[in-house]
Design a protein around this ligand. Structure first.
Ligand SMILES: C[S@@+](CC[C@H](N)C(=O)[O-])C[C@H]1O[C@@H](n2cnc3c(N)ncnc32)[C@H](O)[C@@H]1O
Length: 337
């Protein structure tokens, strides 16, 4: 049922024919040319933003899912932070996956200035400080509850910790050598704006590394993904980076080992996208005002409904890694699952 990929990380890069693999056993085999889905997906009510999409039509990235809002994500992590490191993260994002994903960020100097945006409890930061001095690393997140967990970690005590918004970073232009963001883009209402900010804060020649989900192809996973949060397609990541002005955009596919390369259910952490800033200064991309301002008062009832529906949909994705783990135990090694 469905498609699966061989185990291990795979690199993709833009080729004249579209998106192709680099340095993997699928080298040279190109995926179809990048094509963004532009189909409309009507809203039942503007206030509650209830999606009326058919389960088979992907919801455009421009129409945020229920928890793909700053206030809703704030409340989501108010509760998730309690069990984030111990229960919730390990099913989707292991230390091996993190190290694999960070390899693409090319953290080659202990003196590099690194910003970890949406750094949460510092799980990815713990991988960064293996290569870079902690005093050079800044962890930014909009959730004080997540950041409170960072403060409990001895090996991160020298990192700078800032509460802030990924779409409006409090760093000056040309500040950092590396921009890392893991598992956060899916909550940004305007991912293009976040990537434009990544471009701005990097120095010339600096590298951005966004580690994030990938969109499912299995219908039920698509249904719950489109309710919960943004699962971008690989083509979308590439388009956002290119529009922001980045060059040398590369995608490395990652996933939990026990999935045996299966990607059809979607992965909360499924790829590491890297790109280089070619010149100093701000991004050439012009955008209008921010779609969502965390400071602006909003209808609490609207937030509550979106929070409850989105959180309920996320439960499906708690079950997927367990299902895959069981399958991995049952199906003989070497066979696709
Ligand atoms: C899945 S956690 C990832 C945490 C961490 N990077 C890791 O690797 O485990 C997502 C984090 O993104 C943060 N976040 C969501 N939207 C954000 C925004 N607009 N600005 C900054 N942080 C945001 C959340 O508060 C949460 O801590």
């Amino acid at each position: 049922m469905g498609s699966s990929l061989p185990y291990g990380a795979q690199h993709l890069a833009l080729t004249p024919n579209g998106l192709g693999f680099n340095g993997s056993n699928l080298h040279g085999r190109n995926l179809p040319k990048i094509k963004l889905v532009g189909r409309n997906c009507n809203l039942r009510s503007k206030k509650l933003a209830v999606p009326r999409c058919s389960v088979s039509i992907p919801r455009p990235a421009s129409q945020p899912r229920f928890i793909q809002h700053k206030k809703e994500a704030f409340w989501f992590y108010r509760f998730i932070s309690i069990a984030y490191d111990s229960v919730l993260n390990p099913g989707h994002y292991t230390e091996a996956m993190r190290d694999d994903a960070l390899e693409a960020a090319d953290l080659n100097s202990r003196d590099a200035i690194v910003v970890d945006v949406g750094g949460g409890t510092g799980f990815t930061t713990s991988g960064i400080v293996k290569h870079v001095d902690a005093k050079n690393v800044t962890i930014l997140d909009q959730s004080p509850h997540q950041l409170a967990k960072v403060k409990e970690k001895e090996h991160l005590k020298e990192c700078k910790i800032i509460e802030g918004d990924a779409e409006d970073l409090p760093f000056e232009t040309d500040y950092a050598d590396r921009y890392v963001s893991a598992g956060s883009i899916e909550y940004w209402p305007d991912p293009q704006r976040g990537i434009k900010e990544a471009y701005r804060v990097l120095k010339k020649g600096g590298k951005a590394c966004i580690i994030g989900p990938v969109y499912p192809t299995f219908w039920l996973s698509r249904f719950f993904a489109d309710i919960w949060m943004l699962f971008p397609k690989e083509e979308e990541y590439i388009e956002w980076f290119q529009k922001a002005g980045f060059e040398d955009v590369q995608i490395k596919r990652i996933g939990p080992k026990w999935y045996r390369g299966v990607r059809r259910f979607g992965l909360i952490i499924g790829c590491s996208v890297t790109a280089v800033k070619p010149t100093s200064g701000d991004s050439p991309l012009q955008l209008g005002p921010k779609v969502e301002d965390i400071e602006k008062p909003v209808n609490p009832f609207q937030i509550l409904i979106r929070f409850l529906v989105g959180t309920t949909a996320s439960i499906y994705y708690l079950l997927v890694p367990v299902y895959m783990w069981l399958k991995n135990q049952i199906v003989p090694k070497g066979r696709p699952i």
